[in-house]
Design a protein around this ligand. Structure first.
Ligand code: CO
Length: 323
């Protein structure tokens, strides 16, 4: 656990076997190691004495911190309840600089290259899990440093679950095939979803693909500086609502993207945060028909001075997979 006091060098409480690695980092850490045998309690106590901020406020990453570390921290610093650091970190991270956008552009390009490699390999009859393994290999072959998250590669009725897990079920004819994945390059991530047709699709499934494609385009077209984040959600969602599929789009239109896969700004009703040049987020409307199938089309955009640029440009039209 890292602590950043307003005065003095940052503090790192860490397993003893990580000390050498921490010493090599270009950060003037004050190290408080603990062994597996003794556990972390004494190291927390020593760090608290060194910082000497007992009773003063400490903000923590409430979405990422484990109860184990919070309990120790709260004990040694006598903290009554967690104060969320996320709003402060959001202000620092939301607007990306040119170097950050360049890294995100590379992460998007690597994901798109991986998708091209994967499409040349995936076939009807392959299981979702086998298709996922091939996608992971394609990500590293294309130049990923790491995966941004566990990829979702699902077909048929599984596509109707927005966060489905790949199974050993074979990809069949007449099914939708949905792939949602991202890679990390130089610490920054991409997040890309496309939905393909396997063989001939039922007209209703073709129809929902068209509507989602329109909603994705409407969302991207709405992005410009000075408008609230929720306006982008409204632009995408109104296309789906007008087509009568409103109840089948149960999630927000998008999320900020950068060092983390989910970070502000969230593209959701109620978020009045005004968009600024340099903000990066996803636009990923979907329609999910239980038992039949679902479509999601996701792009990563950056707000520019005059509008938006999509970092991902992989074709969004319904593509049919070979036999
Ligand atoms: Co996403």
């Amino acid at each position: 656990m890292a602590l950043f006091p307003l005065d003095g060098d940052p503090v790192l409480i860490l397993p003893a076997f990580e000390v050498e690695k921490a010493r090599q980092a270009p950060i003037p850490w004050r190290l408080f190691p603990y062994t597996d045998e003794e556990g972390p309690a004494r190291a927390f106590q020593a760090a608290a004495e060194a910082i000497g901020r007992r009773g003063r406020p400490i903000a923590v990453e409430t979405l990422g911190m484990r109860v184990l570390e919070w309990s120790l921290l709260a004990h040694v610093f006598s903290l009554p309840e967690p104060i969320a650091a996320e709003p402060l970190l959001a202000r620092l991270r939301m607007v990306k600089g040119p170097d950050e956008i360049a890294a995100m552009r590379r992460a998007a390009a690597v994901a798109e290259e991986a998708l091209r490699i994967w499409l040349s390999q995936v076939r009807m009859g392959m299981t979702e899990q086998e298709a996922t393994r091939r996608l992971i290999q394609a990500c590293f072959a294309a130049g990923a440093d790491a995966l941004a998250f566990e990829p979702i590669v699902v077909a048929g009725p599984n596509t109707a679950l927005p966060h489905a897990t790949p199974t050993d079920r074979p990809i069949g004819a007449g099914e939708l095939l949905l792939v949602d994945f991202g890679v990390m390059v130089e610490g920054y991530v991409s997040d890309l979803t496309r939905t393909f047709a396997v063989g001939e699709l039922d007209p209703e499934l073709q129809q929902i693909h068209e509507r989602v494609q329109e909603a994705n385009a409407a969302g991207r077209a709405a992005v410009r500086p000075g408008i609230p984040a929720e306006a982008v959600d409204r632009a995408a969602r109104s296309v789906i609502e007008a087509a009568g599929y409103g109840p089948y789009f149960p999630h927000r239109t998008g999320h900020g993207l950068g060092l983390e896969v989910h970070e502000p700004p969230y593209i959701v009703a109620g978020n009045t945060e005004l968009l600024q040049p340099g903000m990066t987020f996803t636009i990923e409307p979907g329609i999910y028909l239980p038992g039949k199938g679902g479509v999601r089309i996701e792009d990563d955009v950056v707000v520019t001075e005059s509008g938006a640029e999509s970092l991902t440009t992989f074709p969004r039209e319904l593509m049919r997979l070979g036999e």
